[in-house]
Design a protein around this ligand. Structure first.
Ligand SMILES: C[S@@+](CC[C@H](N)C(=O)[O-])C[C@H]1O[C@@H](n2cnc3c(N)ncnc32)[C@H](O)[C@@H]1O
Length: 240
């Protein structure tokens, strides 16, 4: 199920993604000269944050959404350090084998029905000694919200998200030849200040394919303007 992302409306929202991105960039512990892939870069918010710590580095942003990529290209129009490529993360990435020092990804891996394929690509593009940090929806993510969507009869309008758990992810990492360093689930509910903002968030970030009336019903069932996120946080390295 394709989602038509509107990067302007997306970026204007109070996105919990911003804090997830801060965490990912911090955990990367960049030295300043690395080459970094941002897998599912969207409009480039996290790449911009990482770039501040890469005065001599390079970033390759990958995403399959043409609207998100156009916004990302606009953001980095003046930068010679950032390349933005259209790519399906489930296909071979347009990045040379063992050519990058680090891979990051924020809020993208749960959009992949077969994350194993993407983990294999992470391993292929990383140089020995390289590292990967991701933050994505994890096992039992948004369970209450999904139950509310089911109650209004709109479950068939949801994308095929895949919320991997710790054991499953460690399995993918090991099979891909990566060493898990820290793989965990973190309960991270997000609350929104007004009904208007909550409904806009549901529309542009989570429940794209529902109609307005269904989103209002979901919001009424939830009752607390919450999106009950559970994050899968991964740090792994490629052995030397
Ligand atoms: C919730 S957005 C996150 C974007 C950005 N990382 C952020 O945190 O704002 C999810 C992104 O994953 C991208 N995406 C989803 N499935 C993808 C796939 N198979 N290949 C490449 N990108 C994908 C979407 O186009 C979208 O930009």
């Amino acid at each position: 199920m394709n989602v038509s992302w509107d990067p302007d409306r997306y970026d204007a929202l109070p996105l919990p993604h911003e804090q997830w991105g801060v965490g990912v960039v911090n955990r990367l512990a960049l030295m300043g000269d690395e080459t970094l892939v941002d897998a599912g870069c969207g409009s480039g918010r996290d790449a911009e944050r990482a770039l501040r710590q890469l005065p001599r580095g390079q970033i390759i942003g990958l995403d399959s959404s043409t609207t998100m990529l156009a916004a990302c290209k606009r953001r980095f129009a003046e930068s010679k350090q950032v390349a933005v490529e259209v790519a399906d993360l489930l296909e071979p990435w347009p990045v040379a084998t063992e050519s990058v020092d680090a891979v990051m990804s924020v809020a993208a891996f749960h959009w992949l029905p077969q994350p194993k394929l993407a983990w294999n690509q992470v391993s292929r593009v990383l140089r020995p000694g390289g590292r990967v940090v991701i933050d994505a929806g994890g096992y039992s993510n948004i369970e209450r919200l999904l139950a509310a969507v089911g109650e209004v009869g709109a479950a068939g309008k949801l994308p095929a998200w895949h919320y991997a758990g710790v054991d499953e992810t460690v399995g993918y990492l090991s099979a891909a030849g990566l060493t898990p360093v820290d793989v965990r689930l973190r309960i991270a509910p997000a609350y929104f200040d007004t009904d208007q903002i909550y409904l806009a968030y549901l529309k542009d970030v989570v429940l794209h394919h529902l109609i307005d009336k269904e989103r209002v019903q979901v919001a009424q069932i939830m009752g607390d303007r919450c999106v009950d996120y559970v994050r899968l946080e991964v740090l792994a390295t490629k052995p030397i």
